[in-house]
Design a protein around this ligand. Sequence first.
Ligand code: SAH
Length: 491
Amino acid sequence: MKPSPSRKRRRGPLTQDFELLASRYSDFATEWSSVSASSDNNDHRSLASKSTPSFQLSLTRALLDFHFSLKLPSLPENRLCPPVPNRWFYCEWILQELMPSLTNPNHFSTGHRVQNVGLDIGTGASAIYSLLLAAHDTKLRMLASEVDPISLASAKTNIDTNNLQDRITLIDVGQTYNTSCNVIRGPLLQALEEKSAATEYLDFVLTNPPFFEENPPDRADGRARTPMTQTESIYSDGGEVGWVLDILRDSLTTRTRIGWYTTMLSKKTSFVKLKRILLDFLGPGHVRSTELEIGSTMTRWFLAWTYYRPYGQTTAVETRRINFDVQGNEGAAITLDKVADRLKTYCTSIPGWDLACSKDTNTQKESVMCLELIVTENNPSIPSSYMVEEKAAQLPDRVSMDMSTETLSLTAKDWLPAEGHFVMRFRLVVEQIGSSEKQNAVKVSVHAYGHSSHGGKAIEKILSRVEGEVTRTNRRWRRQLARQNQQQTSA
Ligand code: SAH
């Protein structure tokens, strides 16, 4: 067998080139030839229906070695064999998108001190996520919790074989899990309360939940389900939705002790439901999501939330972007200041809203050809839906039930950016039209960032008339102009 590629080759999409893998890995070659002999050439559906657990395992082993130089010696019969592409997709999303956002001052105004520690809840017999993350990032330490003793033993073999025992700590939650006590603890607190966890802060939590509430029905297409044990596939308290709600409940206790709380989801209905709950509860600045299509038949959804206070203008909550030009009357030049004045006059006079329009001093450029204005709300109000009891009332009962007022005591300050429910940025740039210096236009680009439904209403209100007010083409300006013209002609 050729030497395995250097660890540098891990990045980028994982190979789908089975011939290449077969040329390197004899076990995979054997499995691949028997599967491909019994399926139509290149028909992935046909391949999926013919693929056997031993084919899947040989593929997982080949991909782990080829891309990550990882070995997977142990996978007891009937334990979940992890497909590498979607597991790696999830890891990359956390490392490349979620983690950097925590320390990016454009995303969160409270800087997170990076710990280089993550928690993998329900690591399984493979310990797949912990292996991938620790092998990929040599700074990272992982905690890996599991309840099933056979999977724990198997995970230990896999971790030791890859010599990662110093950076991956297994947490046996069997005890905590089985102890009945008054405090309700979900899978997150169960892991953190074990002595072996011994950590105060974490950068992220990830989990691939037991998907089902009860034994799943047969697949519609008649294909066999991936072999799984009961604890791997079933969370009797609500399946994957219940699992995530229990982690959400736990997260009300741990809050900013952990940077990002994340989960994989197998059903779109679970994703939509949980995302709605998180958006209503924390607001869009605190929630991220993505999805992965696997082949033509399967999708996985990924959802994350954080308790760090978002920055007003994060791209994740950019709701609207519009552009328009303002020209002077009858070809006369128009100045930046004039457009800025019109904008201020309009924004500060909208009935029912107490808005402020100020120059953005942070980005004030030397150039007089460009000006940035920021529109926010003076003394952002706190609608009742941001009060403690109201917030808690929005949560499903199982999350808020029996929680102390202290745990639930959240104030608007915790949820909203310092700027309030929304921020709008107006960028004004002068542009010459044609050859005459007198003929110019001011190009206005507007970026709107909404952090709550209240903020969304402000944005809609401002955008509904802003262009006509600033270009003076709204009806009242046209009428005024007509009156002026009339007066001039009659004079
Ligand atoms: N992470 C693996 C396995 C996911 S299956 C993978 O992605 O392939 C879900 C895992 O969670 C199972 O191994 C199951 O035994 C484990 N589990 C169930 N309840 C748990 C709990 N309360 N704490 C930790 N692990 C648990």
